[in-house]
Design a protein around this ligand. Structure first.
Ligand SMILES: *Cc1c(COP(=O)(O)O)cnc(C)c1O
Length: 434
């Protein structure tokens, strides 16, 4: 049976795993070990120069983590992948890896709040500047911002929290015409709703804390590469420069591209950033994400269906002023969602209602069923006042650019009965408006 023929749902429960290689265990075993026997000195030399990819030490790789990596790589059609200890590690390592020494990144404030914060708090310390454009679908604005030392464009495919949709295809073309990669955070879409590689994206990052895992019980991240970007195009010396730590048996230094011809981007993240900054994913946490992945399609399709019902309810409520989601009435991203997200535009939305700050507090404090916390993509529905919490570090200018008025409430819709969720919102509105 040829692997190419297996459908998405088969891969999500079986991909990357051959039971015969693991004592015939049906469920992926948790390799709870820090290190692995080296065998003999020749093998040790091969392992430590990355000539052989067997595990040495769980900070670098672990068989349970490898199954997760290979399964998600198969779902997205990646040639290289690395799992990390959080989504933020995935974002930071991917951007550091592309920027190299002192490069620039183009991004937007329409992002996860932590990513926007890191642009001020981390990257300048590495000599890396991030140039923000308001709308990365405005190609003129993006092109104007590209400088000779720009090394990547970074966007979210569906943005957190307003669920704006990136027009990936022309943005990737623009990036490629300047010999730079398009890096996308596909957390809100998941591989079930969207495969960004199909439209020209070069690198995908995930917070697998969110929808990929789906049960709100783990912190995890992933970086994947398409295998089609030319890292030897002259813009990225970090991939072509011979490195002593990658020397072969004859003591000849080799480059990242020599050692990782199919997966230079994630091979470099693993051998440098994961190795020395160390945000390793634990085997137990990898196991939890694998378990969550088994029901990815079923969860996401129900969450998408529930989200449609919540949107219709909010739109029918006379107190609600606006709803932001590609499937809300009059939303500017409807057509892009039809192109890129035919199975649904995700389960995160924002809304605002007529009310004072006091009424907002009263509304949130009256919620009984929704959880009030900072996560998204859980099986349980979540409510939060994003501008003062998850996106609380944004200054006024960044908040305006991000289109996040202070009176924004974010919902992440889970797997409960939609009627119960609607009844909860309704009773919270009634405490204010009846
Ligand atoms: C949560 C989130 C992150 C950060 O992931 P962690 O796993 O919390 O570190 C990055 N991108 C998006 C879109 C997110 O929602």
């Amino acid at each position: 049976m040829s692997k190419e023929k297996l459908g998405f749902d088969t891969v999500k429960v079986r991909g990357g795993y051959n039971a015969a290689e693991h004592n015939n265990a049906v469920s992926v075993p948790i390799y709870q070990t820090a290190a692995f026997e080296l065998g003999n000195t020749q093998r040790a030399a091969r392992l430590f120069s990355f000539s052989d990819s067997d595990p040495i030490y769980t900070r670098l790789s672990n068989p349970t983590v490898t199954v997760l990596e290979n399964r998600v790589a198969e779902l997205d059609g990646a040639t290289g992948v690395v799992a990390l200890g959080s989504g933020m590690a995935a974002v930071s390592y991917a951007l550091l890896n592309a920027a190299g020494k002192g490069g620039r990144i183009i991004s937007t404030t329409r992002l996860y709040g932590g990513a926007v914060d890191s642009f001020d708090k981390i990257f300048p310390n590495f000599g890396i500047d991030v140039d923000l454009v308001k709308d990365t679908n405005d190609l003129y604005e993006v092109e104007k911002t590209i400088k000779p030392d720009t090394k990547a464009i970074y966007v979210e495919t569906i943005s957190n929290p307003n669920s704006t949709v990136t027009d990936i295809e022309p943005l990737a073309k623009l990036a490629h015409s300047y010999k730079i990669p398009l890096i996308v955070d596909n957390t809100l879409a998941t591989p079930y709703l969207l495969n960004p590689f199909k439209y020209g994206a070069d690198v995908i990052v995930y917070s697998s804390t969110k929808m990929l895992n789906g049960h709100g019980n783990v912190i995890a991240g992933l970086v994947l590469e398409s295998g089609t970007f030319d890292w030897a195009n002259g813009n990225f010396p970090q991939f072509t420069k011979p490195e002593y730590f990658l020397r072969d048996e004859n003591e000849i230094s080799r480059s990242i591209l020599d050692v990782f011809p199919k997966n230079p981007f994630t091979g470099r993240i693993r051998s440098i950033y994961l190795n020395y900054l160390g945000a390793a994913l634990s085997p137990f946490d990898a196991y939890l994400v694998l378990l969550g992945l088994e029901t990815l399609s079923e969860r996401i399709s129900k969450q998408v269906a529930n989200t449609e019902k919540i949107i219709r309810y909010l739109e029918s409520n006379p107190n609600v002023l606006w709803v932001k989601h590609p499937h809300a009435k009059g939303n500017a991203y409807k057509e892009l969602a039809e192109k890129y997200l035919p199975k649904g535009a995700g389960s995160v939305l924002t809304f605002g209602f007529k009310g004072t700050q006091e009424q907002y507090d009263k509304f949130l404090n009256s919620i009984k069923l929704f959880s009030y916390h900072a996560n998204i993509g859980d099986a349980r529905s979540i409510i939060i006042n994003s501008p003062t919490t998850t996106h609380g570090e944004l200054n006024d200018k960044q908040r305006n650019l991000a289109d996040l008025p202070l009176e924004t409430i974010r919902l992440s819709i889970g797997l409960e009965d939609a009627d119960d969720l609607i009844a909860d919102l309704e009773q919270a509105f009634n405490t204010n408006f009846n």
